[in-house]
Design a protein around this ligand. Structure first.
Ligand code: SF4
Length: 332
């Protein structure tokens, strides 16, 4: 099947080998493992009982939503309760537009020049909610013309780089779901795990082998531990929602044209189950506990927390950081 891919460049051949696992044998699919992951989640949620019901009742749509953002905030209950509102920035906008451009390009089968694809994505995004001052549309529309052109150019270059490294995948050999939300309901719908994996690739099922690959695209600086946790959460979501195990999951750094790959291991998914359970326990604690029962822990994440300026735990963490790593706290 190798010749079905245009592996005319070394980078494409490397990606086919290291990431896509093209022509390599797959591990066995194991529906019993998927069932045991779901069971472990349900068993772990059961002891939360009435507190879980009470917390879900206060949540939007009566369900606790466990997303990658919620899991990010596991470090501190205060951050979970009072995160700073999301702010658009050059890096975030570049990431969002690149994801949209890759998605659009994928559906269009690379039929147009990258700059044209980016132009369409830009216009769609800029006209989505221009009246909302907090929207990306407004942020894009407020950019000076030179900056807007510069940002489009950067996104166009990233899409070009993506095309260079990723061979076009024949639709007969690979099915692709791009940026599709995945939701998994637990505890009779009181808990919902939700994520939007960037790419879920599947090849036709011919035997009892695992045939799914989950890919997360990143355009910012690599944050290895964070990125790994996020990706594993997606792998778990895909497993639970489809009942089938991915044979592999990978973070693809678009700017670097490089992938970090993990192959299927039951232990990795089991660790992720425990992380999700920790996340739900935290959401319940934050929703139902008194303010003085919150577990606070300061660190680099404090800059994303609304309490940062007044928080003594954050101040302590900064003092410890200043003593242990003085260079890291120098301004600029
Ligand atoms: S400032 Fe830091 S330590 Fe304080 S509540 Fe927020 S994240 Fe926690």
């Amino acid at each position: 099947m190798h010749d079905e891919l245009a592996l005319d460049r070394p980078a494409r051949a490397r990606l086919a080998e290291d990431l896509l696992g093209w022509n390599q044998s797959r591990p066995a699919d194991d529906p019993a493992l998927v069932a045991s992951l779901r069971e472990a989640l349900e068993d772990g949620l059961a002891p939360l009982g009435a507190d879980l019901t009470a917390a879900a009742a206060t949540a939007r749509r009566g369900r606790l939503l466990v997303s990658k953002s919620a899991l990010d905030r596991l470090s501190c209950d205060g951050w979970q309760r009072d995160p700073k509102p999301y702010r658009h920035s050059w890096a975030n906008a570049r990431g969002t537009l690149t994801h949209l451009a890759v998605e659009q390009d994928w559906h269009e089968g690379r039929a147009d020049a990258p700059a044209a694809v980016v132009g369409r994505v830009w216009r769609a995004e800029a006209s989505r909610r221009p009246g909302d001052p907090a929207s990306l549309s407004r942020w894009l529309n407020d950019l000076p013309a030179d900056d807007a052109a510069g940002l489009r150019e950067e996104v166009g270059a990233l899409l070009t780089g993506f095309r260079e490294v990723w061979p076009p995948l024949p639709p007969t050999a690979v099915g692709a779901r791009v940026e599709r939300p995945v939701e998994v309901a637990l505890a009779e719908g009181r808990v919902v795990l939700r994520g939007v994996p960037d790419l879920v690739l599947t090849s036709p099922r011919r035997d009892d082998r695992a045939r799914t690959l989950v890919v997360d695209l990143k355009t910012g600086f690599p944050r290895p531990e964070h990125d790994r946790h996020e990706l594993r959460f997606y792998a778990l979501l895909v497993s639970l929602s489809s009942g089938r195990l991915p044979f592999r999951w990978a973070t693809y750094y678009v700017t670097e044209g490089r992938a970090e790959v993990e192959s299927l291991r039951a232990e990795t998914l089991q660790v992720t189950v425990r992380r999700v359970l920790d996340g739900v326990a935290q959401l319940v604690r934050v929703a139902t506990g008194e303010p003085d029962t919150l577990r606070l822990r300061g660190g680099s994440w404090c800059r994303f927390c609304l309490r940062e300026d007044e928080c003594e735990v954050a101040a302590d963490a900064r003092r410890i950081q200043a003593v242990s790593q003085p260079a890291a706290t120098l301004p600029g």
